[in-house]
Design a protein around this ligand. Structure first.
Ligand code: Q46
Ligand code: ZN
Length: 306
């Protein structure tokens, strides 16, 4: 097998959906080009804008940060410590090590230190799955950090496999509200920062290979709470289809963007109609106080009952 770009015979990866294989240098070139193309095509941000990358210590977000720095963008990292035992300790260390090695700016928020609770406690108090309090906290704190730090846009490391799996789940349940928001770019609106996903043209295997080739040390273990979650099942189902028919995930996701996403936009606009400012933290909300402030109240009250 030869590199599609330079015809070298030593290839590091084969990408069946592109019917191509690449040598090390051409693979890096391929990743950068896919990201550059995505940023330009979806008008994600320009070289003068400040990007805040949500970094978890996993392969996707560290690779995204690396790619953006490499392409010359002004990209700072934001790491959120969730207080999930060793997983959080290790992912925090790897993120700090990346920032130090790349001389990059890292903002850290630590849930236990800065807000007085961790995800396992929030899950126990609310009697819901940990991912529910975790997702809520991430959305809230990323948005607030972008607003407070004067960033133009928040970038996350969702790759093609992630987006295809989420789309699959939303279609299975005809979750029309989510379908209306499942876009690689969500424009800024009503106190919400602009959000972008520059990795949607790259798959999970490519991101892992990218980190290996670039010697980026990332946390390989999934969060312990991801075990058995529905998205992993959807990914497996899509992998089986992709195996039979390479390019299916890409066709599913980009076909949705080109031909179906627009039909669901109305659903989302209606949900945003009665937004106002949370009196406690200034974030946009439809409730009396925002969901994050409500969570903080509940967890703190149950930990310190008077
Ligand atoms: S939501 Fe859930 Fe993740 Fe939070 S609790 Fe872990 S698995 S980290 S993407
Ligand atoms: Zn609030």
């Amino acid at each position: 097998m030869k590199c599609r770009r330079c015809r070298a015979t030593e290839v590091v990866i084969e990408i069946r959906r592109h019917n191509a294989a690449f040598c090390q240098d051409c693979f890096l070139h391929h990743c950068r080009e896919q990201v550059r193309k995505t940023i330009d095509e979806f008008r994600m941000f320009g070289p003068d804008e400040r990007v805040l990358v949500a970094v978890s210590g996993g392969k996707d977000s560290l690779a995204l940060w690396d790619l953006l720095l490499d392409l010359g963008y002004q990209a700072d990292g934001l790491y959120l410590g969730l207080g999930i035992g060793e997983y959080s300790d290790e992912s925090g260390e790897l993120t700090r090590a990346f920032a130090a090695a790349h001389d990059a700016q890292l903002i850290e928020i630590d849930l236990p230190r800065d807000h007085g609770f961790d995800i396992p406690t929030a899950a126990a108090v609310t009697r819901r799955v940990p991912c529910s309090a975790c997702g809520l906290s991430k959305r809230h704190l990323f948005n607030a950090a972008a607003r407070d730090g004067g960033y133009d846009v928040i970038a996350t490391g969702h790759n093609l496999d992630d987006e295809a799996a989420v789309l699959f789940g939303n279609v299975l349940h005809w979750d029309t509200d989510y379908l209306g928001r499942q876009l690689p770019v969500l424009p800024a609106a009503d106190g919400f920062a602009k959000k972008v996903k520059p990795l949607v043209r790259l798959g999970e295997r490519e991101m892992a290979a990218y980190c290996i080739v670039r010697s980026i040390d990332y946390i390989v273990e999934e969060c312990p709470n991801a075990v058995g979650n529905k998205h992993l099942g959807y990914k497996e189902a899509l992998n089986a289809i992709e195996e039979q028919s390479p390019g299916s995930k890409n066709a599913f996701y980009f076909g949705f963007l080109a031909r179906a996403a627009e039909r669901f936009h109305g659903e989302t606009a209606a949900a945003r109609d009665d937004l106002h400012v949370c009196p406690s933290c200034g974030s946009p909300t439809t409730g009396e106080v925002c969901a994050f402030c409500k969570l903080v109240q509940r967890v703190t009250v149950s930990e310190n009952p008077s």
